[in-house]
Write a protein of this length. Structure first.
Length: 118
């Protein structure tokens, strides 16, 4: 499956963005979907994940209460709604797909840059 992330951009602190991850070449419902991010000079970190049906989600502490992960399997797209953005949310955001569950991701998108200005 190929993943294409989009929706990044420049936003002021306190603002919102919605990232999209569109899949092609595979059936989205086969995969657990996750979002990760990598800030400059830092390692990539987990942000959020959603089960195949969308009935279960997991969030990093930094995302809990501000970010919402969702999916539309019919549209082969996963989303990350980000509210109350902070400068420390600035990073390249990657979507990923897992066939094995929550822990290991097999396919990665190319990343979309989110910049939050103070």
């Amino acid at each position: 499956v190929q993943l294409q992330a989009s929706g990044g951009g420049l936003v002021q602190a306190g603002g919102s963005l919605r990232l999209s991850c569109t899949a092609s070449g595979g059936t989205l419902s086969r995969y657990v979907m996750g979002w990760f991010r990598q800030a400059p000079g830092k390692v990539r970190e987990f942000v959020a994940a959603i089960s195949r049906s969308g009935g279960s989600t997991h969030y990093a502490d930094s995302a809990e209460g501000r970010f919402t992960i969702s999916r539309d399997n019919a549209k082969t797209t996963a989303y990350l709604q980000m509210n109350s953005l902070k400068p420390e949310d600035t990073a390249v955001y990657y979507c990923a797909a897992s066939t094995a569950g929550w822990e290991r991701y097999d396919y990665w998108g190319q990343g979309t840059l989110v910049t939050v200005s103070s």
